[in-house]
Design a protein around this ligand. Structure first.
Ligand SMILES: Nc1ncnc2c1ncn2[C@@H]1O[C@H](COP(=O)(O)OP(=O)(O)OP(=O)(O)O)[C@@H](O)[C@H]1O
Ligand SMILES: CC(C)(CO)[C@@H](O)C(=O)NCCC(=O)O
Ligand SMILES: [K+]
Length: 257
């Protein structure tokens, strides 16, 4: 049994992995430390032979994971870093190590995801379509990554996350505090809905623009894959079809077992 852990800037996500199967993903806010209830739930797992970690978050959380793994199972902790290429994916950055490892692993996982049709007919094989992929990871930051069917990473975009899109505006203006309920509409009719609405429409608009560009470049509509803790909040706002894979980064980690 292996434990897969993804440390982000806000949350920590984990799942067990055995015989090629990833168990249910769990998630917790970490507040820059390892929450006591997370450690308590890990103590319930009898045997873990290896912990695989990807982290773009605080160093303290990673160090706490090492300590917990030693205390709970006395097993090795392997930290995966971004590489130039892996599992058929070639990273676009001239300095690949600058690309967040969460983005790297999402690319690796997306490249070998069965197409919805292949998954439905149970073949489990990657269909031989020429569809490119756009990955949108909606977290503390929102990242967009383009991936051609042959594994070429095109690069991407980074946008502040939904919470930061809203809070940064309040920090730099005299705007009054407002209600921050999500507002799905295009036409906000008060300050709160206008700001909340834009924070949701902005990532959707960037994604749809990149989808359009990928289709122009390849001649085939790309697959749009959504992941991240806030994916649910924008998923219904797209005009284009999409797939949701909340555990995409952990799926990428599993490839490095
Ligand atoms: N008090 C809060 N402060 C910041 N973010 C919050 C808060 N409450 C909820 N969130 C939401 O949690 C989201 C984080 O999503 P997710 O769980 O994917 O985090 P993450 O994996 O840590 O992100 P990343 O990998 O980008 O660092 C934020 O974008 C934000 O909308
Ligand atoms: C952008 C985030 C914060 C998203 O989690 C992470 O992938 C990261 O720290 N990336 C490094 C910068 C880059 O990917 O270009
Ligand atoms: K992430």
């Amino acid at each position: 049994m292996k434990l897969l852990i993804d440390i982000g800037n806000t949350s920590l996500k984990w799942a067990l992995y055995q015989d090629g199967e990833i168990g249910p993903m769990r998630s917790a806010r970490h507040f820059e430390a390892l929450p006591i209830d997370v450690i308590a739930s890990w103590e319930q797992i009898a045997r873990v032979s290896k912990v695989l970690v990807a982290s773009v978050g605080p160093q303290g959380v990673f160090e706490a994971v090492i300590a917990a793994a030693r205390a709970c199972w006395n097993c090795p902790v392997v930290r995966i870093e971004t590489g130039v290429q892996a599992h058929g994916v070639r990273i676009a950055y001239a300095e690949p190590s600058r690309l967040g490892v969460d983005r790297f692993l999402a690319l690796v996982a997306a490249h070998s995801l069965p197409t919805p049709a292949a998954a439905a007919n149970g073949s489990g094989h990657r269909a031989d379509t020429a569809a490119a992929i756009l990955i949108v990871d909606v977290g503390t930051a929102i990242t967009f990554d383009g991936l051609l069917a042959d594994g070429t990473h095109l690069g991407g975009q980074i946008l502040p996350g939904i919470a930061t899109l809203r809070s940064s505006l309040l920090q730099r203006t005299q705007l009054p505090s407002h209600q921050t309920q999500d507002h799905p509409g295009i036409w906000g009719q008060d300050t709160g809905p206008a700001i909340a609405g834009a924070s949701l429409q902005a990532p959707v608009a960037v994604a749809e623009r990149l989808v359009h560009r990928l289709e122009q470049q390849t001649g085939v509509p790309p697959r749009l894959i959504l992941t991240g803790g806030d994916a649910e909040r924008i998923a219904t706002l797209f005009d284009t079809p999409l797939e949701q894979h909340p555990d995409l980064v952990l799926r990428g980690l599993a490839r490095f077992d």
